[in-house]
Design a protein. Structure first.
Length: 280
């Protein structure tokens, strides 16, 4: 009989490069109709329809590797390559990571099967840990990617538990994502920290929209989550966002070769920001 499992645990144990603890990583199974692709949101998130056999699946809860002992967390390509000078700092912050997550979730189990709560926590830990990665790892855009995915998963939690204020927490992570995406674009332009070199810029798992996706999301997040208290600064920020997103659709052959979904959404966003500026 075909298994109804949606994940499996790797046969080989992993060893945390920070604290030395061993653990077994959980991986997502994707075949046999488990993932039924749905709509693409304006935030470039791929929604998935629940199947009759496997039910709801949230692929984004699995990508971050997390040590269940010290809560060191990073994307798989970075987890074991952490520089020596970063290990001590991350190890010292172990207690802080645990204490801070307990303000959101009472209990977590990174040795068992992950739920939405472990998914959110994994990205939260990654945001904290990437503070100590050097620039060649492109840590800022990875923090931005972690923040927006955490916001998505918190909205999923809100849909299931509307009384728990997860929607409020999602907005906090959206604002974090806006900060990191804006900073990542600035760093890329100044040559201080690369973005294009990052292995997968998503923002979701099904398609990599690359640097163009980063530009689009930086503008989108500024529109929806940028500060509004100072009207003049708001207008300046939206002006930058409008110029940023215009670089995505541009002109000529290079533009035609870009994903049509991204081009259409970028043009729509350009018009929306323009209308917002007129209203300001």
């Amino acid at each position: 009989m075909e298994s109804n499992k949606i994940s499996f645990f790797a046969k080989q144990k992993s060893k945390c490069p920070v604290c030395g603890a061993t653990f077994i990583r959980e991986e997502l199974l994707t075949g046999r109709g488990r993932l039924i692709a749905g709509d693409l949101t304006e935030e470039l998130r791929r929604k998935y329809e629940p199947s009759q056999k496997f039910g709801e699946i949230f692929p984004l809860i699995y990508p971050i590797t997390v040590c269940p002992t010290c809560y060191y967390a990073a994307f798989p390509g970075d987890f074991f390559d952490i520089p020596g000078e970063s290990k001590e700092k991350i190890d010292d912050e172990s207690g802080k990571r645990l204490e801070s997550i307990q303000r959101i979730f009472d209990s977590l189990d990174f040795r068992g099967q992950r739920t939405l709560k472990e998914g959110v926590a994994s990205y939260y830990f990654a945001i904290m840990c990437y503070d100590y990665f050097p620039g060649e790892f492109s840590p800022v855009i990875k923090q931005g990617l972690s923040a927006i995915r955490a916001a998505w998963l918190l909205n999923d939690l809100h849909a299931k538990f509307p009384e728990e204020n997860y929607e409020y927490l999602a907005k906090i992570f959206y604002r974090k994502a806006r900060f990191f995406y804006t900073l990542a674009v600035e760093y890329e332009q100044e040559g201080e920290q690369g973005v294009s070199e990052a292995y997968h810029l998503g923002p979701d798992l099904d398609k990599n929209y690359g640097y163009d996706g980063v530009l689009y999301l930086a503008a989108l997040l500024e529109l929806h989550y940028g500060p509004r208290e100072d009207k003049e600064r708001r207008e300046q920020a939206l002006g930058v966002a409008k110029r940023t997103v215009s670089r995505v659709f541009g002109m000529g052959k290079a533009s035609k070769e870009k994903p049509s979904a991204l081009l259409e959404k970028s043009k729509e966003l350009y018009e929306i920001i323009g209308e917002e500026l007129k209203a300001e």
